[in-house]
Design a protein. Sequence first.
Length: 202
Amino acid sequence: MKTLVMENGKVWVGAPKLERVMGIEHGLIVLRSRDKRLLHRLAATALLKNRDADAKTFYLYAAPDFLNAYAEFITKASQDLGIDWETLMQTAHFSNFSTESPTKMEEQWMRVEENAEDTRLVVLDSVGYHAGRDAYLVDRLNRLCYYKNAIGLVLDSSEEPNPTLERLASVVVDLNARDHGGIEVFLRKHPRLPQTIFLMSG
């Protein structure tokens, strides 16, 4: 099962819909890497390639450096795919969860749930900054994906795996950028057999 493809040095999700790539229709997919730039690049491409006129996509960001780190990649990916910002914003919704206040997090989450009808993809960027916030967001995201039959894509750049997240996840993927431009992909948890895939730039 090919999960990610590199073409001419660019990282792409290898199918129009994320569930075709990972082989699941709903649940949590965890992408783990110490390389935050790689995670943002993959998330930007997934966000753009999984956009659907009849479905919403949510991007929940808890990373304190989100705007600076992410804008570069989503701008580049949108240019590569020929998608302008106006088109993207018709189906993509960004929500700030960088607060550590439980009350503010709950208020923000309620706004997400109120607008989550017809949601197919929710990206959580990212876990590893605040244990209490991580636990809250992972739990709520897991339930949202279950009830809405959606995919939750969780970016994890923390030093150690999050036990709760790994238990709840349907798929866990370890990613390592290689010196020559490819990506090492280890499918550590999946409903099917795990495998290691080495992908080279074309």
